[in-house]
Design a protein around this ligand. Structure first.
Ligand SMILES: *[C@@H]1O[C@H](CO)[C@@H](O)[C@H](O)[C@H]1NC(C)=O
Ligand SMILES: *[C@@H]1O[C@H](CO)[C@@H](O)[C@H](O)[C@H]1NC(C)=O
Ligand SMILES: *[C@@H]1O[C@H](CO)[C@@H](O)[C@H](O)[C@H]1NC(C)=O
Ligand SMILES: *[C@@H]1O[C@H](CO)[C@@H](O)[C@H](O)[C@H]1NC(C)=O
Ligand SMILES: *[C@@H]1O[C@H](CO)[C@@H](O)[C@H](O)[C@H]1NC(C)=O
Ligand SMILES: *[C@@H]1O[C@H](CO)[C@@H](O)[C@H](O)[C@H]1NC(C)=O
Ligand SMILES: *[C@@H]1O[C@H](CO)[C@@H](O)[C@H](O)[C@H]1NC(C)=O
Length: 223
């Protein structure tokens, strides 16, 4: 009887550990590749950005392994912590252009927090170096700033756009539906981020779904 009990206790414990492991080792379904418009970061921030004039280029916020059921998950998985030595000098100088910390200016700290929060959750598919290399390659593949510029969508304090005004040219160029994310400054809805979605392997771009981005069919300002 005692043996049976302890066997049972062992099985329950093992199962609990298994569940914890599965949850924290970060299974995910697809990737969200998020690019941000630095002037919006700086405008809604409670203190000024370190650079007096924010970059007028879309730059990387992060590459986020995501779940269909909850796109904010997984996060903060187990797995190796950020190791700066794995970001080789050439890659480092690329990332300083594509993935700068536009707010406080410490690029390394930004990469560290993105890897520790998100990158670790997809470590089974992309190790740290591959994670940063893939992200840079995704940034290179389409220049959102230029796609919008070619469609006459340039920063302006007076123009208003609809969601589809902004999505359409990007969709035309990439053949995939992106997602937009906005931030509010008082009642003005500002374009903040453009999200591309990628398959599990982070190679093939797919349509993003949902309308979570910029709510309420409200006009969007890009400035
Ligand atoms: C945008 O990035 C490119 C490099 O990719 C740089 O040459 C250019 O000066 C940047 N433009 C602005 C306005 O920051
Ligand atoms: C994410 O989804 C996968 C498979 O769909 C599932 O196994 C995993 O538990 C989910 N993870 C989280 C953190 O929601
Ligand atoms: C930038 O962040 C890194 C990583 O968190 C840290 O080691 C370094 O001291 C920071 N540098 C500055 C100048 O604050
Ligand atoms: C993207 O396009 C913008 C606007 O044309 C340009 O300033 C920038 O240098 C381009 N970035 C890259 C990496 O080519
Ligand atoms: C933008 O327009 C220029 C000039 O017509 C063209 O060379 C360039 O390829 C276009 N870029 C994009 C991203 O569509
Ligand atoms: C843009 O939309 C705002 C409401 O968000 C409105 O107050 C403003 O007059 C509009 N501007 C133009 C040029 O239509
Ligand atoms: C969006 O929906 C399409 C069609 O159902 C599907 O193929 C695709 O994987 C979905 N993308 C995401 C990111 O959920």
């Amino acid at each position: 009887m005692a043996i049976l009990k302890s066997t049972l206790a062992f099985l329950v414990l093992a199962f609990a550990f298994f569940i914890c492991y599965v949850m924290s080792s970060g299974s995910y379904d697809y990737f969200q590749f998020v690019q941000q418009w630095p002037p919006t970061n700086c405008r809604v921030r409670n203190k000024p950005c370190t650079k007096p004039r924010p970059l007028q280029n879309f730059t990387i916020h992060g590459l986020w392994p995501s779940n269909y059921s909850n796109p904010r998950m997984p996060s903060k998985c187990t797995g190796s912590l950020f190791n700066f030595r794995k970001v080789y000098p050439q890659l480092r100088s690329d990332l300083k252009i594509s993935w700068p910390d536009v707010e406080s200016g410490n690029d390394t700290r930004f990469w560290e927090s993105e890897w520790n929060k998100h990158g670790r959750c997809s470590e089974a598919s992309l190790n740290q170096m591959q994670y940063f290399e893939r992200s840079h390659a995704m940034w290179i593949s389409y220049n959102i700033t230029e796609i919008l510029k070619n469609a006459s969508i340039v920063p302006s304090a007076t123009k208003n756009w609809t969601y589809s005004d902004i999505v359409s040219p990007i969709k035309r160029a990439t053949k995939r539906t992106p997602l937009l994310r906005c931030k509010y400054d008082k009642s003005t809805q500002l374009l903040h981020e453009v999200v591309f979605c990628y398959e599990y392997d982070a190679l093939k771009q797919i349509d993003c779904n949902g309308t979570a981005g910029c709510p309420n069919q409200k006009v969007i300002s890009f400035q």
